[in-house]
Design a protein around this ligand. Structure first.
Ligand SMILES: Nc1ncnc2c1ncn2[C@@H]1O[C@H](COP(=O)(O)OP(=O)(O)OP(=O)(O)O)[C@@H](O)[C@H]1O
Ligand SMILES: [Mg+2]
Length: 460
């Protein structure tokens, strides 16, 4: 803080000359640039012509009093920190000052001892406000150019990390549940990187048979397997100099994992059926909706590969953990969809319903719900009934085959209730363990443990 302190400018406002002098004598040796004003009018003129980091403001002054000056400063120069000084200790006035945005309120006899540390705090606070403002506007610029929408703190933190790693060559792993925007972020990283004029090549590891991933990525020589009638270049060759996006990386087989690891470490690979070692320079971005840490623990994913992939991890929180983003996303989605159709708006009740829903399918589900609602709405307003939100969580509880609810409060043990509930949710989700774990609010790993512990199995 020393630097901020020596260059900080402070305005001292007090109608008593003696007190102005006391404060000047205290502050000048500390390196502050001090200006004084003897009443409210002079203070307002001063803040309009010079920008002050901090203002020490007497509450009681003739004509324009300290409270009026405070509210003028706070409505025009929000960064300027104001510390109120008063000769009478009056709680009501203190409260009023804090409401108007004063940084601190001090009674005069104590002020000289306490003042210096409080000014330092005020200046630190001002720096934080400014940094935050710069960060937000920079992020807003980056985001709007890539159509990434969000305003919650947790989302902005991910976006901030993404904008810092984008220009590097660092390997990035994007973790997030289905529909949270992993592909959108992969694109953002690519577009804000120096490789953005080179190819961006994506492979969805879940959409292709395990055995074909290797030839897809590394290519194959003619005749290397039954259907290999021609030599084919792999995606890593095509992406040379650019970016390779491996989507659903958790799906790659344990046979291919060491080969991918070697490629990441050395840039070297061989075509399937080939014996020539080739090289390619690609930046790797990967994405997964699994927790790869859990996959490592379960022995399905190599730890050394994970360490190579997750040099930087972007964890996109599910929508239900950042509900502040729902209104802005909804507005943006409706604007985008409206390009093709008449514009539609959400009623207040519909917006409330969107904000309360849990969004297991995240932003993609929100897009689908709004698209359908925009078509279904009879007028230009979307009402709650147009949203037709699935009430999956409620339904699961209400539709237990043997009515767990009926047992509640009887002589049944918690263990049994837990077992029945997990079993019911698994059946309801057709044994989709990822979705079931989400509904139950436990990790996938815990769900596996419970399935074993209670000996649950999928009905044939
Ligand atoms: N923050 C956001 N701002 C704007 N649109 C978003 C945002 N997040 C997601 N979307 C939109 O939601 C949809 C789903 O996003 P995306 O395909 O990137 O998700 P994903 O995490 O890759 O999903 P999956 O796991 O199903 O592959 C896309 O149409 C995307 O544009
Ligand atoms: Mg995706």
């Amino acid at each position: 803080m020393a630097k901020a302190k020596t260059t900080a400018s402070v305005l001292v406002v007090d109608d008593e000359e003696a007190f102005r002098n006391v404060l000047s004598e205290l502050l000048i040796p500390e390196g502050y640039l001090v200006t004084t004003a003897e009443d409210g009018g002079e203070a307002i003129n001063a803040v309009q012509s010079t920008s002050f980091d901090c203002v020490l403001l007497d509450v009681k002054m003739p004509h324009i009093d300290g409270l009026e000056v405070l509210s003028f400063i706070k409505s025009h120069y929000i960064d300027t920190q104001v510390i109120m000084l008063t000769s009478v200790d009056d709680v009501k006035i203190a409260v009023e000052c804090m409401k108007l945005g004063a940084f601190h309120y001090l009674t005069k006899p104590d002020s000289t001892d306490e003042l210096l540390p409080i000014i330092e705090h005020a200046l630190e606070h001002r720096h934080l406000i400014i940094e935050n403002k710069v960060m937000k506007s920079e992020l807003a610029r980056l985001a709007s150019s890539s159509q990434i929408i969000g305003q919650s703190l947790s989302f902005l933190q991910v976006l901030e990390l993404a904008s810092r790693v984008a220009p590097t060559d660092s390997t990035v792993l994007i973790e997030g549940a289905s529909g949270t925007g992993k592909e959108l972020f992969a694109n953002f990283l690519y577009r804000n990187s120096p490789r953005n004029e080179k190819p961006f090549v994506a492979l969805n590891c879940a959409s292709i048979a395990e055995t074909l991933i290797e030839s897809e990525l590394f290519g194959h020589e003619k005749g290397s397997f039954t259907d290999a009638h021609q030599m084919r270049q792999g995606l890593v060759e095509i992406a040379n100099g650019g970016t390779l996006f491996l989507d659903e990386i958790g799906e790659i087989s344990s046979v291919f994992q060491p080969k991918l690891l070697r490629f990441i470490q050395t840039g070297e690979f061989r075509r399937v059926g080939g014996n020539k070692t080739m090289k390619s320079d690609v930046r790797i971005i990967s994405a997964t909706n699994r927790h790869l840490d859990d996959e490592v623990k379960a022995g399905r994913f190599r730890e050394d590969l994970l360490y190579r992939l997750n040099v930087i991890t972007l964890r996109i929180p599910p929508l239900r953990e950042r509900r502040e983003d729902i209104p802005v996303l909804a507005k943006n989605i409706l604007q985008r969809k409206a390009r093709a159709r008449r514009p539609v708006k959400l009623s207040e009740e519909a917006l409330n319903a969107l904000c309360e829903y849990d969004w297991p399918g995240n932003v993609r589900e929100l897009e689908n719900v709004l698209e359908r609602a925009a078509i279904l709405s009879a007028d230009e307003i979307i009402h709650p009934k147009d949203l037709a939100l699935p009430r999956h969580i409620v339904t699961v509880a209400a539709s237990q085959p043997d009515g767990v609810n009926r047992k509640l409060g009887t002589t049944i043990s918690l263990r049994e209730i837990e077992r029945d509930h997990i079993d019911g949710v698994l059946q309801q989700t057709k044994w989709n363990k990822i979705v079931a774990a989400k509904i139950l609010g436990i990790s996938l790993k815990t769900l596996y443990t419970k399935i074993q512990q209670y000996n649950l199995s999928r009905p044939q």
